[in-house]
Design a protein around this ligand. Structure first.
Ligand code: PEP
Length: 248
């Protein structure tokens, strides 16, 4: 069975002017160089599109990967304000986050729309980090597994492989709220997701991951890393989360 290297990904969301992004990138690069490849995980940062070029330049040679937070399904065209997957690849991105709940809710992205974007990302050679997760109402109604299974079925193109797809399970009610799913619920949902995606594909947990809860979450056998929002804006906190990955 393929080894699933853990991935700790920082989603900076719509945060940071150029100076903030540069400071954060320098602080992460410093830590990465000091660690010298001894971390038990791969590190990825997903800054806002406006910072990709500068942050990518600073991180060059650090081993930290660069990713986008969204992309259009098409490679180019008359889509004012959008960013094509090839544009992300051209800036040095190797990953793109797709179907984040803030896009599904705030921009009306359906599973079909997300599926098109995943396929577009793959055409550009990017790894898609596909986000899925239930709302609080859905969890309380006992519908969490059904909702997530339906998102997976609707958002993943048939050509998915372990090398091109990463799934991020992010309960909507846990994002940016300080609430996290219980260890038992995370384990159960990840096992369910594992049964529905290509063998060897990684599954991240996201939702208020912080230096205090990271070790317990990242220690679960079906958790292959974390998608970190708020805590990724602080280099020390983000690095501490990455250091919580069990060694090899
Ligand atoms: C996210 O944005 O994907 C996320 C999980 O945010 P936070 O860590 O702040 O909950």
């Amino acid at each position: 069975m393929a080894i699933r290297t853990k991935l700790v990904a920082g989603n900076w969301k719509m945060n940071g002017l150029r100076q903030d992004g540069a400071m954060l990138a320098h602080a992460l690069k410093e830590r990465a160089l000091a660690a010298g490849g001894t971390l038990g995980c791969e590190i990825l940062v997903c800054p806002p599109a406006t910072l990709l070029s500068e942050v990518g330049g600073i991180l060059a040679g650090s081993g930290i990967a660069l990713g986008g937070q969204d992309c259009h399904a098409a490679p180019k065209g008359a889509y004012t304000g959008d960013i094509g997957p090839e544009m992300l690849a051209d800036l040095g991105c190797s990953y793109v986050v797709l179907g984040h709940s803030e896009r599904r809710q705030g921009h009306g992205e359906t599973d079909a729309v997300v599926r098109g974007k995943v396929a577009g990302a793959w055409r550009a050679g990017l790894v898609a980090i596909l986000c899925v997760g239930e709302t609080q109402r859905q969890r309380q109604a006992g519908e969490a597994i059904e909702v997530v299974s339906s998102q997976l079925a609707g958002s993943i193109p048939d050509t998915a492989t372990a090398a091109t797809l990463v799934v991020a399970y992010e309960p909507v009610w846990a994002i940016g709220t300080g609430l996290t799913a219980t260890i038992e619920d995370i384990a159960a949902m990840h096992a369910e997701i594992r049964s529905r995606i290509p063998s060897g594909a990684r599954i991240l947990y996201g939702g208020s991951v912080n230096p205090k809860n990271a070790e317990a979450i990242l220690g679960l056998s079906d958790v292959d890393g974390a998608l970190v929002g708020g805590a990724s804006l602080d280099a020390a906190d983000f690095w501490s989360i990455a250091q919580s990955c069990p060694a090899g």
